[in-house]
Design a protein around this ligand. Structure first.
Ligand SMILES: Cc1ncc(COP(=O)(O)O)c(C=O)c1O
Length: 379
């Protein structure tokens, strides 16, 4: 019997000569499928056998409070969740200091990135982003015929804001910044980012993806939400998938000007949020202990990986999130094959004619196992 994995492999092989956007893997993986991944095949399914260091998830979630809330919410499983979604929206609006119409709830922030990309494409024009970055918005924009203008990260693997500002064109609709960035985990200087957003918002909508912002220390954790409050043409996205550990429960949101959000909302699927996800998200919002525990353990495990990379004298971006990006020391396909044999799932990306490893941070035990395995692989 053909397993799902074999099926995916053959789908990839069949798609080898086709534009990447036509492959099934593209839909399954919210990240580019690299040359190495095409050759090796990728394992996006949860088979329970691999340590998953490929999707920047939180190995500790959902929190106990979220689990309890999920069980409780099952009593309402027979009911559509609109009312609960409205309630959570109000709670979020209050926390962020905006009126509820400045908030749009999504099935993960991915839904909202897709809708924003789609809207930009339908309006015609271009989307501008750093590269490499989380590309879902741009992928949707290009599916809807927008042009994607992209600007390489600087030598420190950080968004090059000056170069991005120079790349804005009269038809640029969205300027997309991810802070901290995925795949690098690097952050941009807060003051520079703030001025960039204010300046650029005069020319196009600035989209600040803050999926990993909760991983930052208090002094660096400066959201762009206040720019929305001051009337700037800025959208901020957040998710419950990362620090809150609810990736499989699919809750995210946007904060933006109501007129702008309306354009996304009118294309949304009806009833996009579910009872369990909403209940878990609500319970997680005030769970300071869980967030603090995640941040602490993530920093320890990340430091272990940094120490390993330092011991090898390999360069990498200074990640402040739960993902690290470094040049592949040997052929990417071999890395994928061998890491998988040893029980670990990571990603390999292509960038500037080179291959790069993108490793999500798991528990300290997992990272210790991973670095040991990786060291054996590279010989
Ligand atoms: C920068 C960034 N934004 C958004 C997302 C999408 O997350 P979700 O749809 O789970 O909210 C991801 C997922 O990895 C991400 O890395």
């Amino acid at each position: 019997m053909t397993t799902r994995r074999q099926w995916l492999k053959s789908a990839l092989a069949a798609g080898a000569g086709l534009p990447l956007s036509l492959t099934i893997a593209d839909q399954l993986m919210a990240a580019p499928v690299s040359r190495a991944e095409r050759l090796h095949g990728i394992e996006p399914f949860r088979n329970g056998k691999l340590v998953l260091l490929g999707s920047n998830e939180n190995p500790y979630g959902p929190s106990d409070k979220a689990r309890k809330a999920i069980v409780e919410s099952m009593k309402e499983g027979n009911r559509y969740a609109h009312g609960v979604a409205q309630e959570l929206k109000k709670v979020i609006a209050q926390r962020e200091g905006v009126a509820p119409e400045f908030v749009l709830m999504g099935c993960g922030s991915s839904e909202l990135l897709c809708l924003t990309g789609m809207t930009a494409g339908l309006e015609g024009g271009a989307v501008l982003s750093a590269f490499p970055t989380f590309r879902l918005l741009m992928d949707y924009a290009t599916k809807f015929n927008a042009r994607w203008d992209r600007v390489d990260l600087d030598a420190n693997m950080v968004h090059n804001l000056e170069a991005m500002a120079s790349a804005v064109k009269p038809d640029t609709k969205i300027i997309f910044v991810v802070n901290p960035n995925n795949p690098t985990g690097t952050i941009v200087d807060n003051e520079k980012l703030r001025s960039f957003c204010m300046e650029m918002a005069k020319k196009a909508t600035v989209f600040a993806d803050e999926a990993y912002i909760e991983f930052l220390d208090q002094h660096e954790k400066k959201s762009m939400v206040d720019l929305v409050k001051h009337g700037h043409n800025v959208i901020v996205s957040r998710t419950f998938s990362k620090v809150y550990g609810l990736a499989g429960l699919r809750v995210g949101y946007l904060i933006g000007q109501p007129d702008t959000l309306k354009k996304m909302a009118e294309k949304q699927i009806w009833g996009n949020n579910n009872q369990a996800g909403l209940a878990a998200a609500k319970a997680s919002l005030d769970d300071k202990d869980f967030v603090a525990m995640t941040r602490k353990k993530n920093a320890e495990a990340r430091q272990h990986l940094f120490n390993y990379l330092d011991s090898k004298k390999w360069s990498y971006g200074k990640s402040m999130a739960n993902v690290v990006f470094f040049p592949a020391p040997i052929d990417g396909k071999t890395i994928l094959e061998e890491t998988e044999k040893k029980g670990y799932q990571i990603r390999v990306w292509d960038y500037q004619d080179k291959e790069w490893c993108r490793v999500s941070i798991g528990t300290l035990e997992e990272m210790k196992g991973f670095t040991k395995a990786f060291d054996q692989i590279i010989g």
